[in-house]
Design a protein around this ligand. Structure first.
Ligand code: GAP
Length: 446
């Protein structure tokens, strides 16, 4: 048996079960048997994913002068998707098994087994149909009657909301290329073969930047954004050797791209794409100019010339990158002959920053511990844990959810006004005056 493969499979199962057990991620509509490839983020998951999104938003907009934000709607005019090309070509090749009725993406089957000769589900030979194109956009209808005139799509990417607002943003914010518009929001794809937990879902979130540039600066900004995005992962503690870069060959390029590179992460289930960086040229603005009749070119009154800006796009799934950060952080180590599970999340991403624990439930200790806890609330989400059980057990619970620091209030604290800070990664402990505690932790969490 391939032991590495089975260890990796176990690792993924451990992560999925931790997510459920500790309130990170639940299957959607679970009490009704779940919905395939749709997930809900629990109390810690929503904090964690928000931290991922905040880290992206901060790096991509607030720390820069040349990028502004946008929050466009999910439902847009149908013409948008005709102009973008999605109505025509946003399809995957679908094959059916005539024996077991399972459906697959033909390219995935070929990737896995080299041909379409046998059904990956039931193993029958010669039962897969010829591939046919299947459009991935979810349809719905505006208004009370389900008729073609009311047909709309749930957006399959957030990018188009940016292109159709190009003029609004550019003119209201008085921006001159090079400048970017960033957006985080839901996207929907009726994936044929979803799977691997939150890796490939039917409802997910994207974090996308469209960076508008003078056409001749295409190469420079493509290279620039590749490096910026690499650095983002490293700044948030991602293991560099788990990241790799895969430029698209001519046959892999999306219909809008002249050049593209995928960022891959080494998941337990294989090395897979988490982000795409695309040179979209003037494809989108040109098409929207054609389809809407509105001129989306830019007149540069310094250089006295008019052009349709080119676009460099960086597009990453919030869920997918969050899953990569979770996989990267998951660790098990043996401490005193017991296995300690620890999520070594970067402090900025950890959902709970500090947990406060009174050593006992005695009133006088609880009062002081509550005071300490209240004083730490400005640091971010905190937890108060006075559940029974040893301090060791409570530390382990916090390790599992990735809390960087635990603060223990014991009977000596009542006398000497000192508490213990325990570090998640090193498990080292230090004593700190309560009066200095918040500043010390704020510096450590920064
Ligand atoms: N606007 C360009 C675009 O949408 P894409 O490569 O199709 O490009 C970009 O998607 C990113 O969106 C992917 O790298 C992935 O992180 C995320 N993504 C795409 N489909 C997804 C799905 N079904 N589930 C989760 N994330 C997905």
């Amino acid at each position: 048996m391939d032991t590495r493969k089975s260890a990796d499979k176990d690792r993924m199962q451990d992560i999925v079960s931790l997510c459920k057990r500790r309130g990170y991620i639940f299957p959607s509509s679970e009490i009704y048997g779940g919905v395939n490839a749709v997930f809900d983020y629990g109390p810690l998951g929503v904090e964690f994913k928000n931290n991922v999104k905040r880290a992206w938003w901060d790096a991509m907009t607030r720390q820069r002068d040349d990028v502004v934000g946008l929050d466009a709607s999910i439902i847009m005019a149908r013409r948008v998707w005709q102009a973008s090309g999605h109505e025509e070509v946003f399809t995957d090749p679908l094959v059916d098994c005539t024996n077991c009725k399972a459906r697959f993406r033909a390219d995935h089957v070929i990737e896995d087994q080299g041909n379409l000769d046998t059904c990956p589900n039931c193993g029958a030979k010669g039962t897969l149909t010829e591939p046919r194109r299947f459009n991935l956009m979810f349809k719905t209808y505006m208004g009370p009657v389900e008729e073609d005139a009311g047909l709309v799509y749930l957006r399959p990417e957030t990018a188009q909301g940016i292109y159709v607002n190009f003029l609004n943003v550019q003119s209201s914010m008085r921006k001159r290329p090079p400048f970017g518009i960033a957006q985080i929001g839901k996207a929907f794809r009726n994936e044929i073969s979803p799977g691997n937990f939150t890796y490939r879902m039917r409802e997910f979130e994207q974090m996308e930047l469209q960076y508008f540039i003078p056409p001749e600066q295409e190469e420079r900004w493509y290279d620039y954004w590749k490096e910026q995005r690499r650095q983002w992962y490293l700044d948030l503690g991602m293991t560099e050797s788990h990241l790799s870069w895969h430029p698209h060959g001519a046959d892999e390029l999306a219909h809008y791209a002249r050049a593209a590179v995928d960022v891959y992460y080494e998941f337990p289930f294989g090395s897979k794409e988490i982000e795409g960086i695309h040179d979209r040229t003037d494809y989108d603005l040109r098409r929207h100019t054609e389809f809407s009749g509105k001129d989306l070119s830019y007149y540069d009154d310094i250089e006295k010339r008019r052009y349709i800006p080119y676009v460099i796009e960086t597009s990453v799934g919030a869920d997918r990158s969050a899953l990569a950060f979770l996989c990267d952080a998951y660790d098990e180590e043996v401490v005193k002959e017991e296995t300690r599970v620890v999520l070594r999340l970067h402090k900025r991403l950890a959902p709970v920053k500090v947990a406060v624990m009174p050593l006992s439930k005695k009133d006088e200790l609880q009062a002081l511990a509550h005071q300490v806890h209240d004083s730490l609330r400005p640091l971010g989400l905190t937890q108060y844990d006075d559940t029974g059980g040893s301090i060791g057990k409570r530390y382990r619970r916090q390790d599992e959810i990735g809390t960087p620091y635990c603060v223990t209030v014991d009977f000596d604290s009542l006398e000497n006004k000192k508490v213990t800070i325990r570090d998640r990664d090193t498990m080292e402990q230090r004593f700190v005056h309560i009066a200095e505690l918040r500043d010390v932790l704020a510096a450590d969490l920064a």
